[in-house]
Design a protein around this ligand. Structure first.
Ligand code: F6P
Length: 545
């Protein structure tokens, strides 16, 4: 791996961008110059199309970006990940989420054995819950699943469960509680009965404050509402890499689903952390999700870089962040079922790439990690798209469209959704010149002087880049493929930036300080041991409780 600041390809890309800029190259001009641009700059992969033609890149740009990948040692890095090398260097662990969805030939067979055993355990458990053989303390079948977890133990399974609601099994409702705000758990519990509710305590470390607090609250609620203390094990199961801590909490050994330190939290939805998915849609669909991810894994490992979707995605993000000046990237699924996808990607991308030290401990001298944000279309069009079109920030966009809706009776309405998805990327690219705006106003009957004045405000600069994913339909397989493509895209960026995508030391400080401040909030004496602002906030709360 080479540091980007010492990379020759990086320097060449910097001067290449200057040339493009000085020549006034625009995305629209590239389309005008090459009628086959769409055919050249798209890839297809089992039910998924990736169109990256609306980017500010020429063939030369892409070739230089691939040189950067070569110089950074991307090929070797991919091989090292699949081999199970300890690529998470600061924690001395492999990052083997790919082993969760495929038997890995090159990796230690122990990984495959552990994965298969856990899948069988999940299947047996899901079968019991679905058949009604698993009952609560009064002998009734389970109808409510409440997953208690946060970060990777929440966002992935919550996003997938929402995305696959078309496959939701009858008789089961699934909720996700993450926030330590008791309102989250209390509001969720107001829909539940202790006799028929199953809690999954999902925590890789089993030491996360929010999850502990919520699990304790759930247990209190269960007992306070008639739950039988001796039958707690019928209502609480756990997923964790820390079996002793889960046992200490009172979870029966046979109800603890294992997780391993070689699976990062934000890459864990494919493991037993996916148990709420399996309970919601069935193990068959969960396996189809894994199969979809496997398609992306094989593609990432084997496809040449010219046609390798995660490699292209990652290189484009590096291009915009490193050379063109973007600091954020917006993700716009035109699918209500995918409304949680941006939130999931925020953790995947920003917890992985929000680093400023290279793997060898040197300070990173180029910008890394774009801010990821977004929401489901078309809603965003009526809130933040204004800033995308006319604001001063340069924000590349990822659009995700679904060709066939699950609601066949509403195909016409679905076409409005797709038309809006395409029109937004078109508007971002083409924009509107002042002349166009002026002529439109004249055509509407406005006099020249006011039309000229108003036309200045109607200019849309355009030349804003976007990718578009089109899924033939949103199903477990295509969803699995889409998620895994993004996982690998993040890895590509980390290799170029020479950073470790699999640790997250930055979250520790806030947790440590939080414990101290909790003590201060509970103390009897006035708080004066922190900075004036923190002391003031704590004393204000205590004075108003
Ligand atoms: O605080 C960040 C984090 O460590 C994430 O990386 C992780 O997904 C989340 O907390 C939850 O951790 P756990 O599964 O160990 O409770």
């Amino acid at each position: 791996m080479t540091s980007p600041s010492r990379s020759k390809a990086w320097q060449k890309l910097a001067s290449h961008y200057l040339n493009l800029h000085q020549n006034g190259t625009t995305i629209a001009s590239l389309f005008k110059a090459d009628k086959s641009r769409f055919d050249q700059l798209q890839c297809q992969l089992d039910g998924l199309l990736f169109d990256y033609s609306k980017n500010l890149v020429t063939g030369d740009t892409l070739a230089r970006l691939r040189d950067l990948a070569d110089e950074a040692g991307l090929r070797d890095a991919i091989a090292a990940m699949y081999r199970g090398d300890k690529i998470n260097t600061t924690e001395e662990r492999p990052a083997l989420h790919v082993a969760l969805r495929t038997p890995l030939k090159d990796a230690d067979p122990a990984f495959n054995a552990a994965v298969n055993k856990t899948l069988a355990q999940m299947e047996a458990f899901a079968d019991k819950v679905h058949s009604g053989a698993w009952t609560g303390y009064t002998g009734q079948a389970i109808d409510t699943i409440i997953n208690i977890g946060i970060g990777g133990s929440d966002l992935g399974p919550a996003m997938v469960t929402a995305a696959l609601q078309h496959w939701q099994l009858p008789g089961i409702r699934t909720f996700f509680v993450s926030n330590v705000d008791p309102a989250h758990m209390r509001m969720t519990l107001s829909n539940a009965s202790p006799e028929t509710t199953l809690f999954i305590i999902a925590s890789k470390s089993f030491s996360t404050l929010e999850t502990h607090q919520n699990a304790a609250l759930a247990r209190r609620w269960y007992l306070d509402n008639g739950g039988d203390e001796k039958q707690v094990s019928k209502h609480f199961v756990a997923v964790s890499a820390n079996v002793p801590r889960a046992r200490e909490f009172g979870i029966a050994e046979e109800n603890i689903f294992p997780l391993w330190d070689w699976v990062g939290g934000r890459y864990s939805l494919w493991s037993a952390i996916g148990l709420p998915i399996a309970l919601s849609v069935g193990m068959k669909q969960f396996r189809a999700l894994l199969a979809g991810a496997r398609i992306a894994d094989e593609h990432f490992r084997d496809a040449p870089f010219e046609k390798n979707i995660p490699v292209i995605m990652g290189l484009l993000s590096v291009w915009y962040g490193g050379f063109v000046g973007a600091t954020s990237q917006v993700v716009l699924p035109y699918s209500q079922e995918l409304h949680l996808f941006p939130a999931f990607l925020q953790q995947l991308d920003m917890e992985s790439l929000g680093k400023s030290v290279e793997v060898d401990g040197n300070r990173l001298l180029v910008p890394s990690g774009l801010v990821i944000w977004g929401s489901a279309g078309t809603n965003g069009q009526h809130s933040f798209h204004q800033l995308l079109h006319q604001g001063t920030h340069y924000i590349p966009a990822d659009f995700i469209g679904i060709v066939n809706s699950h609601f066949e009776a509403d195909t016409d309405q679905h076409h409005h959704l797709l038309a809006n998805c395409f029109s937004q990327s078109q508007a971002l690219m083409w924009g509107k010149s002042q002349r166009q705006a002026f002529n439109e106003l004249l055509a509407q009957g406005m006099a020249e002087a006011p039309a000229y004045a108003l036309s200045k405000h109607k200019v849309i600069p355009g030349n804003k880049p976007s990718n578009t994913f089109l899924l033939d339909s949103l199903n477990p397989q295509t969803l699995g493929t889409l998620i895994a493509l993004y996982e690998h895209k993040v890895f590509v960026e980390s290799v170029i930036w020479h950073i470790n995508a699999f640790d997250q030391w930055g979250v520790e400080l806030g947790k440590q300080l939080g414990e101290k401040l909790y003590g201060a909030l509970k103390a009897d004496t006035a708080c004066d041991s922190f900075d004036a602002s923190t002391n003031g906030l704590i004393n204000h709360c205590r004075g108003h409780e």
